[in-house]
Write a protein that binds this ligand. Sequence first.
Ligand SMILES: [Zn+2]
Ligand SMILES: [Zn+2]
Length: 109
Amino acid sequence: MKLQEKISADNVDSFYHWKDWEQLRAEVLRMDNHECQICKRKGRYRRADIVHHVKHLKDRPDLALSIWDGEERQLVSVCRQCHEDLHPERTVRYRYGKTVKPITEERWD
Ligand SMILES: [Zn+2]
Ligand SMILES: [Zn+2]
């Protein structure tokens, strides 16, 4: 199964132990010195532990493993709090009673 098919099939579990992603994720964090890039823009420091896909996976599965999209960053290091803000769609889900989100989902956003 190809990467894009996996993503469109919402089969994110298969990425969980995926070496390519792990390596890329580590590389992005290294590039950003483990610093949240959104907090940085606001002039504060917070440690990043999530790598966020600027263009969401479901919209642009072709960019799933690209640090750059042209001149712009496609993968950025962010802290947990900023990441929540980047995904307001999850807040909606909370309202429907699904309180626990899988770790795999975060790792892939
Ligand atoms: Zn932040
Ligand atoms: Zn994200």
